[in-house]
Design a protein around this ligand. Structure first.
Ligand SMILES: Cc1cc2nc3c(=O)[nH]c(=O)nc-3n(C[C@H](O)[C@H](O)[C@H](O)COP(=O)(O)O)c2cc1C
Length: 255
C-alpha cells in the first residue's frame, strides 16, 4: 500500500514536470556526450501560416502512467484490426496514444517512451483527426516536449488519405484517428551518415509498436499501413521539403 502511494506521488511529479512549460532557449539543441538534447522538437520544420495563432495549439491532458492490463496480456492480445466502429475517440485516449508513441518519460534530457539512436529523435508524429471529442477535424503535429498538438491542416482529409493508400484501404476513412509518422532524416544522418537512415526505420518500428500496445491496453484497435503513395500524402498533409512520410496507423474503437 505504502509502495503504491509513493508510486502515485512519483507519477504526479513526473506528470507535472512533463506537462510544465519548458524554459525558452535561444538555441534549438545542445549535445552532451552521445546524447543530443532537443529543446525544440520541430527545429527543422517551418510552421505554416495555420500554426502561428494561439488557437491552433491544443494542450493535451496528462497521460496516465499506471494501467490495468499487464504487459504480457497486452502482448498476447495485440492484433492488427482493420474494422472500426464509427464512433468518436476521447481527447484522453488521443493523449495516451501520442504519449506512448513518443512522449517524454524522463525530464533531465527529455528522453522518450521509444528509444532513439543518440537520442536524436528524427521522427515527427501527426494526428489525422476525423472524430475526436473536443478537437476539430484536421491534421495536427505532436509536440512531445509540451504534450501539445499544433494544427497544420484544417478539415477532414480522411477520404483523400484513403485514396493515397495502395488498394484504397477503407480503414483509413472509417477510423476516427490516424497516427502518421514522418521523419527528418538529417537529424540522424548528420551524425550517423547513411546508417542514420537505417536507424530511423528501426525507430519508427519501436514507436509504432508502442502505439499498437497502448491501443490494445485501451481496448482500441489499430493497424500499421506501409502501403501508400508518398508523394500524394506529402502534398495532402502539406509536409515540408525535408520531411519523408513513413507510416500510417489508423486507430479506432473495435466493432
Ligand atoms: C511494415 C508493415 C507494413 C504493413 N502494411 C500494411 C498495409 O498496408 N495494410 C494492412 O492492412 N496491413 C499492413 N500491415 C499489417 C500486417 O498485415 C500485419 O501485421 C500482419 O498481417 C500480422 O498480423 P498481426 O499484426 O495481427 O499480428 C503492415 C505491417 C508492417 C509491419
Amino acid at each position: 500500500m505504502k509502495k503504491s502511494f509513493s508510486s502515485l506521488i512519483m507519477a504526479g511529479l513526473i506528470l507535472f514536470a512533463a506537462c510544465s512549460p519548458k524554459p525558452d532557449t535561444s538555441e534549438n539543441s545542445s549535445t552532451e556526450g552521445d546524447i543530443h538534447i532537443l529543446t525544440n522538437e520541430s527545429e527543422s520544420i517551418p510552421d505554416n501560416e495555420n500554426t502561428s495563432t494561439e488557437s491552433a495549439i491544443i494542450q493535451l491532458p496528462p497521460p496516465i502512467l499506471y494501467g490495468e492490463m499487464s504487459l504480457e496480456q497486452t502482448l498476447y492480445e495485440r492484433r492488427s484490426h482493420r474494422n472500426f466502429a464509427e464512433t468518436t475517440l476521447t481527447k484522453e485516449q488521443l493523449s495516451q496514444l501520442l504519449w506512448a508513441a513518443y512522449g517524454i518519460s524522463e525530464q533531465t534530457q527529455n528522453l522518450r517512451t521509444a528509444p532513439s539512436a543518440g537520442a536524436l529523435y528524427p521522427l515527427e508524429i501527426y494526428s489525422i483527426i476525423g472524430e475526436v471529442s473536443g478537437i476539430s477535424a484536421g491534421v495536427y503535429r505532436y509536440n512531445p516536449l509540451e504534450h501539445q498538438l499544433i494544427k497544420v491542416v484544417s478539415g477532414d482529409v480522411r477520404s483523400e488519405l484513403r485514396s493515397s493508400t495502395f488498394g484504397n484501404q477503407q480503414m483509413v476513412e472509417i477510423a476516427p484517428l490516424t497516427i502518421f509518422y514522418t521523419t527528418v532524416f538529417e537529424r540522424s544522418t548528420a551524425r550517423y551518415g547513411e546508417r542514420g537512415i537505417m536507424y530511423t526505420h528501426m525507430e519508427v518500428g519501436h514507436s509504432a509498436q508502442n502505439v499498437y500496445l497502448q491501443a490494445t491496453a485501451l481496448g482500441l484497435g489499430t493497424c500499421a499501413i506501409g502501403a501508400f503513395h508518398e508523394d500524394i500524402v506529402s502534398e495532402l498533409l502539406q509536409l515540408s521539403e525535408n520531411e519523408t512520410p513513413l507510416y500510417l496507423l489508423p486507430v479506432g474503437n473495435l466493432e
